[in-house]
Each structure stands twice: as structure tokens, then as C-alpha cells.
Design a protein around this ligand. Structure first.
Ligand code: SAJ
Length: 427
């Protein structure tokens, strides 16, 4: 094992990023204290259990809690390094970033800081957030020196090291993804590299500073958002031209320098649907493409809802003895992407809630990754794939089990190309 100076590491925010990161350090036999404001989360972790679904996470947490390397608390304790992994949502119609969780975390750890400590911001953040965090820390601890005023010789080292792991592959990508390290001084970066090298097997790439690291993370997610918007726009164009978008993208992607992503019911999750707005809000006049991509992706759920109403109308024209209240709808998938249990910012959930409110007939929902239906879907019935009996079928999330099943009979609205995917002949 590598020699490193970190006897105790504290992770603030035990969510989708913080808990796997805490568990990863602990699995390398470093003492980790996880801090979260939610007592139920803290209790769950201290029992060796997890409150989120992520492959292999439960196994690692169970082991490190049992061996005494990870424990959780609601009150920060002294440590050599602090990693802040709290949410950074946006607020209001202008989509301005909300840094209140970072500020609260900074103010919570400030009292326990001691000279020599390293503080890392992992939360995806707008440009300037790390410096703002260093400012809050300095305000709370005038007895300590910080890099913004003391430079290389500061008591406290501060860096931004954005998380970039994919939900569903977090435990793997935490170790194998390259890591961008943006220290406020070269010494801050050096310490942060030493910290991450405890478990990262890929490269730790040192940026010119925290601002470059912040912008790199926002750029990665905006790149993906723009590519998905391109695919979503193609799906609208193909609908108008009565063409198959899935065939079109398969064909175009056979070009060696073309790699179009897949259309869907919209872009969800807490990252790609949020982060591009941080760029737009910092440079609104220059971010025309990034803003338009967000608007295209945000407009897709409404388009899918219109498709469903059109399918209901088409069904009724061939069943003149029925009224709209007699039409049974089946919705396949609620999560924000396949094979996870995460409903945050899910376009599929928003579509289902809208249909539940508008469609007067019976509503069946197939979502193998949850046990009970969330708010707004009280009148719907959660069913197994095999029990679906419906007139109009709406595919929203391409879970593995859906991909492996046959196309149902009835009217189909397929936002993911599961039932419509073309088999292209190839010689
Ligand atoms: N989606 C499509 N079509 C596609 C790909 C995705 O419609 O071809 C949709 C998904 O269904 C989902 C949304 O986009 O609703 C986002 O899913 P995702 O798998 O693209 O990304 P996330 O949000 O799970 O994770 C992203 C990742 N960023 C990049 O790939 C550039 C991940 O590496 C980041 O760490 C994560 O955001 C984050 O935390 O910022």
C-alpha cells in the first residue's frame, strides 16, 4: 500500500457520491468519518446498510463498517482531510446555482479544522465556488491562514476535485476514471493527488487551478447534454418525416467519426439536467447552444405526452364502443435512466405523473427497481411485466428486463426504441 499522511478522512454528505467515496477510502484501511445531516442516513450506515442502490456498494459498506474503518455521524470531527460531496442544485427561473449546501458544509467543518488540513470540494460546482468555499472557511476561522491570502504556505489547503462517476458503475469508475485535481496552489494539488492515489488507479491530472477543474466538469456534462439534444431533435425531425430515428442513428454511427447518442423521453438525473445551467448562468450571451440543448431536452417529455394522447385517440377511432375512460395505459419505467432506482429529476416520472393526472382511464406502471409508487401516482397500479394488460403501452426507460421481453400488442409509444429497434442486415 502507498504511504500517505491521512490517518483520518472525513466525507461530508453521504449520498450517491459521498457514501461510495467514503467506502472506497475505508476499503483501503483508512479511518473514515462520514457526516450527514440526516439522522436516518447515519443510523442506516452505522448498521452496515445502505440507503441507495448502487452495484457492490452494499457489500463494501457492510465490510468496512464491520471492520471499524467507516462510521457515520451528524457532527463533524477533526480529520486530516475533508471531502465535501453535497448537492448543488439550481434555483429560480434563471437557473442560478444554489451554493447554500456547500456553505453549510463549510461552516459545519470550520470549527474542527486544524493547521495542515486539506479541504476538497467534490460537488459539481459553478466556476468560482471553490474560492467562495475557501472564503467561508476563512471567515469562520480567522486564526488559520488560507491559500487565497497565504498562498503556498497556508495552514489549510483547498482544492476542487470534481466527481465524474456514472451512477450504476460508481464503484468501478471511482478507481478507474482519471481524476481532475484543481488545487488553489501547487501544494494544495500535491496533497489532493496524494489523497486520491489511496484508491485511484487511473491518472490524477493537475489543472491550473480550481476554476479550470470546475469548468472541466461542467463542460463534460454539457457535451453529453448537447449530444443527447441532437439525438432528441433528430427524433422530432424523423417523426415529421415519418422516418425511423433508431435506424437513422444506427446508420449514421457507422461513420468512423460520428457517435450520436440515443433519443429518450428527456434528460434526467441530478447532473446533466442541471450542470449546463451553471455555464449558461455565468455567461448567458455566449451559451446559446448549451441553453438551446437544455431547452430541447426539457421539451421532450411534453412531446412524449402528446404522442400518448395521439395513441389514445388512434385507439378510440378503431374502438368506437369505448370512451377515453375505458382505455388502459401501461407505462414502462419511472427512473431517470435504465437499471437504477433513482427517480430524481426523472422525465419518465414527470410523464407518468402528468398522464395520471390527465388520463381518466386505468393506469398500470411497470418499474422493477422500486417497491412502491411515488407521490402523484396513487391511483396507478404497480405491476410485474408479465401482468400487464393494456390498450396503449408507453416505453419510457429501457431497463434490461424490458429489452429482453417481446413487444406487447396494442398501441405503442416507444420513447427508447426498445420495441422498434431495427435489425439492420449486414454483409
Ligand atoms: N440519456 C439519453 N440518451 C443517451 C444517454 C443518456 O437520453 O444516449 C439520458 C438518460 O436516460 C438520463 C440522462 O440522459 O436521463 C443522464 O444520464 P447519463 O447516463 O448520461 O448520465 P448521469 O447523469 O447518470 O451521469 C453523468 C455522467 N457524465 C458524463 O457521462 C459526461 C457521469 O460521468 C457524471 O459523473 C455524472 O453525470 C455527474 O455526477 O455529474
Amino acid at each position: 500500500m502507498l504511504e500517505h499522511p491521512f490517518k483520518r478522512i472525513s466525507v461530508i454528505g453521504l449520498g450517491y457520491i459521498g457514501l461510495p467515496t467514503a467506502a472506497m477510502f475505508a476499503s483501503r484501511k483508512v479511518e473514515v468519518v462520514g457526516v450527514d445531516v440526516n439522522q436516518a442516513t447515519v443510523d442506516t450506515i452505522n448498521r452496515g446498510e445502505v440507503h441507495i442502490v448502487e452495484p457492490d456498494l452494499d457489500m463494501v459498506v457492510r465490510a468496512v463498517v464491520r471492520e471499524g474503518y467507516l462510521r457515520a455521524t451528524t457532527t463533524p470531527e477533526p480529520a486530516e482531510a475533508f471531502l465535501i460531496a453535497v448537492p448543488t442544485p439550481f434555483k429560480g427561473e434563471d437557473h442560478d446555482p444554489d451554493l447554500s449546501y456547500i456553505e453549510a458544509a463549510a461552516r459545519a467543518i470550520a470549527p474542527v479544522l486544524t493547521a495542515g488540513n486539506l479541504v476538497i470540494l467534490e460537488s459539481t460546482s459553478p466556476v468560482g465556488a471553490t474560492e467562495a468555499m475557501a472564503g467561508w472557511l476563512a471567515e469562520a476561522r480567522p486564526d488559520l491562514s488560507f491559500p487565497q491570502t497565504a498562498g503556498q504556505g497556508s495552514d489549510i489547503r483547498v482544492a476542487h476535485c470534481p466527481e465524474r462517476v456514472l451512477p450504476g458503475k460508481v464503484m468501478q469508475e471511482l478507481t478507474t476514471n482519471d481524476r481532475v485535481i484543481g488545487g488553489m496552489t501547487p501544494l494544495c494539488s500535491e496533497r489532493a493527488v496524494a489523497l486520491y492515489k489511496i484508491f485511484v488507479t487511473a491518472d490524477c491530472v493537475v489543472a491550473s487551478g480550481p476554476r479550470a477543474a470546475e469548468m472541466a466538469k461542467l463542460t463534460e456534462n454539457s457535451f453529453r447534454d448537447v449530444n443527447i439534444a441532437f439525438a432528441n431533435e433528430l427524433s422530432l425531425i424523423c417523426d415529421t418525416l415519418e422516418m425511423d430515428v433508431w435506424e437513422l442513428i444506427s446508420l449514421a454511427n457507422r461513420h468512423p467519426r460520428v457517435n450520436i447518442l440515443q433519443p429518450g423521453p428527456g434528460v434526467g438525473g441530478h447532473c446533466i439536467a442541471v450542470d449546463p445551467w451553471f455555464i449558461v448562468s455565468s455567461a448567458p450571451d455566449q451559451s446559446r447552444l448549451i441553453r438551446t440543448a437544455r431547452e430541447v431536452n426539457d421539451g421532450k417529455p411534453l412531446w412524449v405526452i402528446e404522442q400518448v394522447h395521439a395513441a389514445i385517440g388512434a385507439y378510440l377511432t378503431t374502438h368506437s364502443d369505448k370512451t377515453v375512460g375505458d382505455v388502459t395505459l401501461a407505462i414502462y419505467g419511472l427512473t431517470f435512466k435504465p437499471d437504477i432506482d433513482d427517480l430524481r429529476e426523472s422525465p419518465a416520472l414527470a410523464i407518468a405523473q402528468d398522464l395520471a393526472a390527465q388520463h381518466p382511464g386505468p393506469l398500470m406502471i411497470v418499474e422493477p427497481n422500486i417497491d412502491e409508487l411515488p407521490r402523484g401516482l396513487e391511483r396507478a397500479q404497480l405491476v410485474d411485466l408479465g401482468s400487464v394488460r393494456a390498450d396503449v403501452h408507453v416505453m419510457l426507460v429501457d431497463h434490461k428486463s424490458f429489452r429482453q421481453s417481446d413487444s406487447p400488442s396494442g398501441k405503442l409509444v416507444d420513447a427508447r426504441g426498445v420495441w422498434q429497434r431495427p435489425a439492420l442486415a449486414q454483409y
